[in-house]
Design a binder for this molecule. Structure first.
Ligand code: FAD
Length: 327
């Protein structure tokens, strides 16, 4: 992991920095570049314009590590509300009508919903108890199932990986319209890739965004990138509609070349990118006929998400630091 990335992830946790960045209007434009708005309605508007360009969306209600059962239940209710509002959108209704006969709707590449949701297990209350969080997750996935939608469970820090994987496996025993994310910086991930291939689950592959110790994750970026390519190829060969979530143009080029060489159709996988990052790449991939899904975050609990984006691009963080010292 680069020194700059570690520095940003560590300093952003300090109370005075947090206070200044959250409160100052100076950073609003930068925050607005990555966050689609404070409310669900604002995020749906942004989503509509993305869908109109022929891209797909995953909507993310920001928040993590809920500290009380009340907060976790409120987050769960918001996820359900999101699914209900999505189901009311004309573009989604049209899509549902066109795919009504697909037996594997939202489980495999046969029916790929235009607008799904991404949630976090610690939002559902994982820190407060596994059974409690699982009950909340089940409720969300059940609603999505009823409304022909799909729930992506983001992967958080490595202390949650095993519990998240086990929980998804249990819920998938009943509902197949959910799956999670695997991070190529973790040493354990090749084993987890084989596990999700066995489930026939739609996995999202990412490099990983959290501060991890060298006992758990590769400290060298080159190793993380190398693992991404190896595991990406494995998922192209044996996975079920994998999602490659990266803005790394070199990796995308390598995976596209591999898919072409192996005769794997573009419809059998998708790319995912974050709202506000590499729009040029999003548009050019879509123009070439690849499925591209944009991860659209909204809500007022944007600080941890925002600082992870800064850590990926330290130039953005240095801009903030410079502004702070200018007064
Ligand atoms: C859709 C999606 C979902 C994700 N879900 C998770 C998850 O559940 N769990 C998890 O741990 N991580 C998640 N991530 C984050 C991921 O782990 C990486 O931290 C992030 O994608 C940056 O890595 P990269 O693959 O784009 O490659 P990098 O090598 O970091 O970046 C490649 C290029 O992308 C551009 N870029 C990347 N980040 C930025 C930025 N912040 N600002 C400006 N340009 C940038 C730059 O041009 C850079 O050179 C997700 C990422 C995406 C795209």
């Amino acid at each position: 992991m680069s020194l700059a990335r570690t520095l940003v992830l560590k300093t952003s946790g300090l109370a005075p920095i947090k206070f200044l960045v959250r409160k100052s209007f100076l950073f609003r434009p930068l925050v607005g570049r990555f966050i689609a708005g404070d409310t669900l309605e604002e995020a749906l508007k942004v989503s509509e314009s993305i869908l109109a360009k022929g891209l797909l969306v995953s909507l993310d209600y920001l928040g993590e590590n809920t500290a009380s059962e009340q907060e976790a239940l409120e987050a769960t209710a918001t996820f359900i509300r999101m699914l209900e509002r999505i189901a009311e959108m004309p573009v989604v209704q049209k899509w549902n009508a066109e795919h009504a006969d697909s037996p594997t709707l939202n489980q495999s590449g046969d029916g790929i919903e235009p607008l799904n949701i991404s949630i976090k297990m610690t939002q559902c209350g994982l820190d407060l108890g596994e059974a409690f969080a699982e009950k909340n997750l089940r409720e969300v996935v059940e609603t999505a199932h009823r409304l022909h939608n799909f729930v992506r469970v983001d992967m958080e820090a490595s202390e949650y990986t095993q519990r998240t994987m086990d929980m998804i496996e249990r819920v998938r025993g009943e509902y197949k319209n959910t799956a999670t994310v695997l991070q190529t910086y973790l040493y354990r991930t090749p084993g987890d890739v084989e596990r999700v291939i066995g489930w026939k689950a739609r996995v999202r592959l990412v490099k990983g965004a959290y501060l991890e110790p060298p006992s758990e994750a590769y400290p060298e970026k080159a190793k993380v990138d190398e693992a991404y390519v190896t595991l990406g190829k494995r998922l192209l060969d044996a996975g079920t509609y994998p999602a490659f979530a990266t803005q790394d143009a070199a990796i995308i080029k390598t995976l596209n070349a591999y898919a072409t060489e192996k005769g794997i159709d573009k419809s059998r996988f998708e790319y995912q990118m974050l709202y506000g990052i590499r729009r040029d790449l999003q548009d050019s991939l879509a123009a070439e006929g690849y499925n591209v899904r944009i991860y659209v975050p909204f809500g007022d609990a944007w600080y941890p998400y925002f600082t992870r984006r800064l850590a990926e691009r330290p130039a953005n963080a240095f801009f903030i630091l410079k502004s702070l010292f200018k007064g």
